[in-house]
Design a protein around this ligand. Structure first.
Ligand code: PGA
Length: 249
């Protein structure tokens, strides 16, 4: 099965409103002729609504970077998935390593967020990835497996549109990208896990993105690997020039 490439930009906690608007316009104008791949941006919460307005008629998907697992209630400072849908999001990043590590997000919380996102019709982009010390002590596959089981082990199925992003923590924001073969090895492990858990059809439909210091210079080699279906880009998605080069790899 030919999976459509997905190029996603995770803006994290960056940019002013003015910069976010300019960047959105530049990306939207820069991809008008592109038909054969999906493009997604994940701006900070306060910019989602103004950006939705700019994206009317555009093919760019809008994602949030996080959500709470409850639909509403007394959770000061949190944002619900229903609110995200209301302002035009189609996707939500769940379990990014910065949330797991800096904000101590647990597998249980991640599983609850996945459940709610699926129930309300937001497409999750589930992030998994090992730390440097885990890679160096040969625990990469056991860490990935336990993150997958923690987030998805309780589910009977997931939609074909479900996205998983493999983001080795040691490659995020460090300039140190996993080599295409290091990434492919883990991507194929993830696909095999999906096949065992959800069956052959799901495993060939679900897109697995690579994230961690993706740049215009390394995108082509990464995308040439069989199980790399796209990328989740942080730093290089903050400038239209580099993000558009990545999109057009
Ligand atoms: P980076 O971030 O491209 O800046 O390494 C990727 C991510 O955290 O999604």
């Amino acid at each position: 099965m030919q999976r459509r490439a997905l190029i996603a930009g995770n803006w994290k906690m960056n940019l002013s409103l003015k910069e976010a608007i300019s960047l959105t316009k530049e990306i939207a104008n820069g991809i008008l002729d592109i038909e054969d791949r999906d493009i997604l941006i994940a701006p900070p919460f306060p910019y989602l609504y103004p950006i939705t307005q700019l994206l009317k008629g555009s093919k760019i998907y809008l994602s949030a970077q996080n959500m709470h697992w409850e639909r509403e209630g007394a959770f000061t400072g949190e944002v619900s998935g229903l609110m995200l849908k209301d302002v035009g999001c189609t996707h939500v990043i769940i379990g990014h390593s910065e949330r797991r590590i800096i904000f101590q997000e647990t597998d249980e919380q991640i599983a609850r967020k996945i459940n709610t996102a699926l129930e309300i019709g937001l497409c999750p982009i589930l992030c998994v990835g090992e730390k440097l010390e885990e890679r160096e002590s040969a625990q990469t596959f056991s860490v990935i497996k336990s993150q997958l089981e923690g987030a998805l082990g309780h589910l009977r199925s997931v939609p074909d549109s479900f996205v998983i992003a493999y983001e080795p923590v040691w490659a995020i924001g460090t300039g140190r990208t996993a080599t295409p073969s290091q990434a492919q090895e883990v991507h194929s492990f993830i696909r095999e896990w999906i096949r065992k858990k959800f069956g052959e059809e799901k495993s060939s439909a679900i897109r697995i993105l690579y994230g961690g210091s993706v740049k215009p210079e390394n995108i082509r080699d990464l995308m040439s690997e069989k199980d790399i279906d796209g990328v989740l880009v942080g730093g290089a998605s903050l400038k239209s020039e580099s993000f558009l080069k990545i999109i057009r790899f």
